[in-house]
Ligand binder design. Sequence first.
Ligand code: AMP
Length: 209
Amino acid sequence: MAGAAEAAPAARGGIGIGVRVVLLGPPNAGKGTQAVMLRERLGVPCISTGDMLRRESESGTPLGLRVKGIMDSGELVDDATMAEVVHERLRQPDAAHGFVLDGYPRTLAQAETLEEILAAAGQRLDAVLLVKVPEEELVRRALARGRSDDREEVVRERLRVYREKTEPLIGYYRGLGLLREVVGDRPVEEVGRALLAALEGSAAEVTQS
Ligand code: AMP
């Protein structure tokens, strides 16, 4: 049993515990910020594969050294490596009662791996929240933020990779009836409210079925 203190935030938020959510959207759509907000409201951990890989690369582990160049170039780390990283993380006790995934899956193969991992644990996703932001706004945000890997060509490359590898997930999750779309090009608080409302809708559907 999870401690009462852990369960409390979810109860206050009005959405049951055990919420398994994927945040989908292009780089710089604001997923990281919203993932933290959802973590607080839902009382489940936020799992950001980008943050996990950055920590690895800063601490110079073998994995970190291997992926650093890939991340700096705007390309994707291979699916097999990501499967290991995510499988290991989802096995941790804090993820047993739900999670918000930020930055995973990013390819159809990763989406299938995620389903397999969850199915093996008798679990499945409750919703996939798509944060939509126009491309020029994404580039503007990235350059304004000015992280070292945010040179314009890398920013454009990340977007190209998103369109090619990750956008197909939109149709995939729509087909599974899991997709909820939210406009992300507006104030952070509004986006957050829209995401929570989209999740409440999912929760209501689950209760009714
Ligand atoms: P993010 O902070 O989510 O934008 O991730 C930063 C970088 O980490 C990406 O540009 C990729 O190189 C790598 N990365 C993060 N998540 C994944 C993933 N699910 N699959 C492959 N590469 C990833």
